[in-house]
Design a binder for this molecule. Structure first.
Ligand SMILES: [Zn+2]
Length: 136
């Protein structure tokens, strides 16, 4: 089958987030996973959100990491997430697509509150970049 679909260019990925979800019963597990991340990687560890925030319907903290860290951090999370649900999404400048279209899950997916996210601005979306590349 011929591949005739315009690619979304992965070069537009500026970085990644991992969102590590927990609940009151698994908070201690989430603390252990966070300590492991902090001891192995130089990433930005977001603060604890014990209350739902934005599209995240349950407690979580965010891990912000670079494109270069992806091939080490994501496999580490695959092996060491201790049963927690983890959302991995790229940062493309379009927060809706980042969470709704481009995200992947480790463990059990959680239904996000996508209605809290901006539908992406076209000029910063990857689709916009592809169109401009084709025109030049
Ligand atoms: Zn995020």
């Amino acid at each position: 089958m011929p591949y005739d679909r315009p690619d979304v260019d992965a070069a537009g990925i500026e970085g990644y987030h991992a969102h590590v979800y927990y609940d009151p019963e698994t908070r201690a597990v989430a603390e252990r996973v966070r300590a492991g991340i902090g001891s192995h990687f130089s990433v930005r560890l977001g603060r604890w959100h014990d209350k739902p925030v934005g599209p995240h319907p349950v407690s979580m903290y965010q891990v912000a990491f670079s494109v270069e860290d992806f091939p080490r951090l994501v496999p580490w999370l695959m092996l060491n997430r201790e049963g927690l649900s983890v959302l991995i999404h790229p940062e493309t400048g379009n927060e809706y697509d980042d969470h709704a279209r481009f995200a992947g899950w480790l463990g059990q997916p959680i239904a996000l509150r996508l209605e809290t996210l901006r539908k992406g601005t076209r000029e910063r979306s990857l689709a916009g970049r592809v169109i401009r590349q084709e025109a030049s």
